[in-house]
Write a new protein. Structure first.
Length: 263
């Protein structure tokens, strides 16, 4: 019974050492295997194996002279992904703050992360009754306005793969409330409506009493990279769906324009 624990501990130690190597390369620019081994207090063969793994993932690369290593271009890829999210939050905040003040409800900026939604930013409205703080949290893609807006704008192959992965053995998606759309046909019909109208509305599907209106945010190439939504208690939102939908759509277009979209 001790082996799995030992193996797990060794794996964590290897990850820690590999991350330390990246930090060392970032600090020093380039280092040799012997130097890295000494700094890690490990055998040279261990340092070589770790560097080979990092090199295979593009996170380290070997210089032609004397076998020294430096950070690889894969680090730029990871940094770029983080930077794009930071840029999205930074560029959307003036718009979402204004929208939250205008409608008095909570405004969220959300991206697709695997088969779920990931909430990047939230601005609370002025209404006395507030809802959850969603930042950093994930929600089911099929039961949220943000999720369905994002799902409506992925490729057909990606959409089908996501829905297939979320469907249980009985052919249904997870039911979170009595109003959740649980069949593939119902979700696809709603996605068509979203593409036609330019926004999506979900009432009481994630939680009873919660309604959200969402619209797509596009990058400079016109690709949908995020969703912007207004959400709040159903009793406050349902009587204002038409104006809120227009406000959300305008805000999403404004953020898209700040990101370079000219459509």
């Amino acid at each position: 019974m001790a082996a799995p624990l030992e193996n797990g501990t060794a794996a964590v130690q290897s990850v820690d050492r590999a991350l330390t190597i990246l930090e060392l390369l970032a600090a020093d620019g380039h280092l040799g295997v012997t130097e890295i081994a000494a700094l890690l207090s490990v055998h040279k063969s261990t340092a070589s194996r770790l560097l080979a793994t990092l090199e295979a993932h593009g996170l380290a690369e070997q210089l032609p002279d004397r076998g020294r290593y430096r950070l690889g271009v894969g680090v730029l890829r990871l940094a770029g992904a983080t930077r794009s999210r930071m840029d999205l939050v930074q560029e959307s905040r003036p718009v979402t703050s204004a929208l939250a003040a205008e409608v008095g409800e909570t405004v969220n900026v959300v991206i697709l992360s695997g088969r779920e939604t990931l909430y990047l930013d939230q601005v609370s409205g002025t209404s006395a009754l507030q809802i959850h703080n969603w930042v950093g949290k994930r929600n089911p893609i099929h039961a949220t306005a943000n999720g369905r807006v994002l799902l409506a704008h992925v490729s057909e192959a990606e959409r089908d793969a996501i829905l297939a992965a979320l469907t249980d053995s009985g052919g249904e998606l997870a039911r979170l409330t009595m109003r959740t759309l649980v069949t593939r046909e119902a979700v696809l019909a709603d996605l068509e409506q979203i593409r036609e109208h330019g926004y999506g509305v979900v009432r009481d599907e994630l939680e009873v009493g919660l309604t959200a209106v969402a619209a797509p945010v596009r990058d400079s190439a016109g690709d949908v990279i995020a969703s912007l939504s207004v959400s709040g208690p159903t009793f406050r939102i349902e009587g204002r769906l038409e104006p809120i939908s227009a406000q959300v759509s305008r805000a999403a277009r404004a953020v898209s324009a700040r990101l370079g979209w000219s459509g």
